[in-house]
Design a protein around this ligand. Structure first.
Ligand code: ATP
Length: 628
């Protein structure tokens, strides 16, 4: 175990933010504030950055007293990984070892695996279990397979399957068997019994896992004390999207404890209402945790003209007169383009956008990853013509959703570094990152360093030859075998034991197979491995994704393709969710934001239902251009 000596710590008053970042005064206060707090701030305010800086401060000044840990909980795997990497890069691995960055799902799952035997019997899953989703179709199946109590007890036997699929885990455990007084409550009980007890291997959804863990901690003070002693601080990112079940878990574990909790979020980016994001979560947190409110008012991401437009839209959406300022790195307040482009036909739209994007790449020297193409839904349908037109101009683009998840897998860094080292002459960054990652996986034993370097080096020399060997017919299966060789070199068992998500079931195997499939696809395109690996990472592709997947990301130029009624089909039912979704899209742009509308896409489009959005853009003086 690595011991940090006292003289490595920085005095609180001498600590300064990392990477020359200048924090606005509210952010400085949050970094140093010791009690529970929440931060409300708009897009690009640096909320995630603030958490990274606060982690560095707490660790480097020993305010999070050694050996306590800091826990950060995010929604997406890549966000959790990104936060961990920032802290690691700035404070170094020794400090960052005490920074645990997880998603809500993996946090709950880890706790359940660790304390499984302490879970009361009826709710205790089998040692091997399967993680599943539970949707409307599964409600139907459950109902088909169950032997319902016969009618005549006055219950209404017709119930809303959709609602049931969303709320089946909303009640705290244990379920009160004496309160089974409706068909829904009867099925809620059946679901737990059926999924956990009646199967050889239990089946669990993430909301069920959270519920089990919440129950465990609520009913077992010893375990509760242990976890409270593990963490000194907890960070909650994108707090506006927290569900009732997630919040209840956090509350049970950390409320009224010495653990200091900091939540950050933005009410204008609350876009998970459909997935159960809790109404009034900040107020509830304020009350339960006696938390102090902080507000940040700068936007570090977008150019001044875009900040002006975003601010006007915020005030239209939320009422009030918020003032948000761009950072002072911009030369003048007119910088930043925001336009609406109207087309008659999708083919014309695709042509015009492809030509425009080519100009950005050729003349403005934008990289492909500087451009983000966003859609409300169904990227495959909305973008097929644009993908073809871009391809005609020699520009590759790809629908990023599947890659995003795969690339944030914990085993991926080893694979990528080994491939980089085997396909380039010398890559010092890949070498040092690989060696330090392997050493840290193996317990940071410095004396092993020489041996590890030797072992990896000889593998890479051999792997280089393998990749060059034209006699080997590359297939998906062959790539999969290579991946296993790399993981075995690093330590397959260690990888499984170090990353809890790989401990159980076939998850690792499934992800390795998918990696082989995607890598092989990239290889088939380029036929040389150095290009294939870059292609796999997406360096040569313009990313296309749904707005939901773009959360937390930023691009120099953003195109929101299809600002139309049908794309925002749920607007009438959930106008706020949809307005916020639109706002998330427009706030991803640093310098250019283009919205498109196409009259004849899929047999006709209107913009009457989402007229409010167009009205807000008009109020902000956003200009429209007809390209037909
Ligand atoms: N204090 C700062 N000084 C300079 N740049 C900053 C600062 N804080 C953040 N940034 C930069 O601004 C951008 C936005 O930061 P970040 O992603 O942390 O914002 P956010 O509030 O989490 O955004 P969003 O909610 O829109 O996803 C990033 O490029 C980040 O590096």
């Amino acid at each position: 175990m690595m011991v940090i000596f006292l003289n490595n710590y920085v005095k609180k008053e001498s600590w300064i933010p990392k990477d020359d970042v200048v924090l606005e005064s509210a952010a400085q206060d949050v970094v140093k504030y010791e009690k529970n707090a929440y931060v409300l701030a708009g897009p690009g305010a640096g909320k995630t950055e603030l958490l990274a800086q606060k982690a560095c401060y707490l660790l480097e000044t020993n305010t999070s007293t050694y050996p306590a840990r800091i826990l950060a909980i995010s929604f997406k795997k890549d966000a959790a990984k990104n936060l961990k990497e920032r802290v690691e890069k700035r404070s170094g691995k020794e400090f960052a070892n005490r920074f645990v960055s997880l998603t809500y799902d993996s946090f709950a799952k880890q706790l359940m695996d660790r304390f499984r035997l302490a879970i009361p019997e009826f709710y205790r899953p089998t040692p091997e279990y399967e993680i599943v989703n539970f949707n409307r179709r599964d409600v139907t199946k459950l109902r088909e397979e169950a032997e319902e109590p016969s009618e005549g007890n006055g219950w209404n036997y017709y119930f809303d399957y959709e609602l049931f699929a969303k709320t089946y885990a909303n009640d705290r455990l244990p379920l009160q068997t004496d309160k089974i007084n409706s068909i829904e409550s009867w099925y809620k009980f059946q679901l737990w019994k059926n999924y956990i007890n009646d199967k050889e291997n239990s089946m669990l959804t993430f909301p069920m896992i959270s519920r089990i863990v919440e129950y465990l901690f609520r009913s077992n003070p010893k375990i509760l004390r242990a976890i409270r002693a593990t963490y000194s601080h907890v960070f909650l990112d994108e707090f506006q999207d927290t569900t009732l079940i997630q919040y209840d878990l956090v509350r049970t574990i950390f409320m009224d404890s010495t653990v200091s909790v900091t939540a950050v979020g933005d009410l204008k980016q609350k876009i998970m209402g459909w997935a159960g994001a809790m109404e009034g979560v900040f107020n509830q947190f304020k009350e339960d945790f006696k938390a102090k409110e902080f507000e940040m008012v700068l936007n570090h991401r977008s150019a001044p003209n875009l900040v002006r437009i975003q601010t006007s839209i915020i005030n239209d959406m939320m009422g009030g007169s918020t003032v948000i300022s761009p950072s002072d790195k911009w030369k003048n307040e007119k910088e930043g383009i925001c336009e609406i482009w109207n087309f008659a036909y999708a083919s014309e739209e695709a042509k015009k956008l492809a030509i425009e994007i080519k100009t950005w790449i050729d003349q403005e020297k934008l990289e492909r990853r500087d451009i983000g193409i966003l859609v409300r839904q169904r990227a495959d349908m909305y973008c097929d013509m644009l993908i073809d037109e871009l391809s005609n101009l020699g520009i590759h683009s790809r629908i990023e959703d599947q890659w995003q998840d795969l690339l944030s897998e914990n085993f991926m860094k080893y694979i990528i570094d080994v491939f980089f080292l085997a396909t380039t002459d010398r890559d010092p960054n890949a070498w040092s990152s690989l060696i330090s990652n392997v050493l840290s996986l193996r317990g940071d034993n410095e004396t092993e360093s020489y041996q590890v370097e030797k072992e990896i080096n000889s593998f890479i020399v051999e792997f280089k030859e393998t990749l060059k060997d034209e006699a080997i017919k590359v297939t998906e299966k062959v790539v999969e075998q290579w991946l296993y060789k790399i993981l075995t070199l690093i330590g397959l068992d260690l990888i499984k034991s170090s990353y809890p998500e790989y401990r159980k079931g076939k998850y690792l195997e499934i992800k390795v197979r998918q990696t082989a499939e995607f890598l092989f696809y990239s290889y088939e395109k380029h036929k040389v491995w150095n290009k294939a690996i870059e292609d796999f990472l997406g360096i040569y592709s313009i990313p296309i994704m749904s707005i939901h997947k773009s959360k937390g990301l930023e691009f120099e130029s953003v195109i929101l393709l299809g600002l139309e009624d049908r794309a925002f089909w749920n607007f009438e039912d959930s106008p706020d969710d949809e307005k916020f979704t639109f706002f998330v899209a427009m706030s991803r742009a640093k310098t250019r934001m283009i919205f498109t509308f196409c009259k004849n896409r899929f047999y006709g489009q209107e913009r009457s239902k989402i007229n409010v959005i167009y009205q807000m853009l008009e109020n902000a003086d956003v200009k429209q251009f007809d390209w037909t």
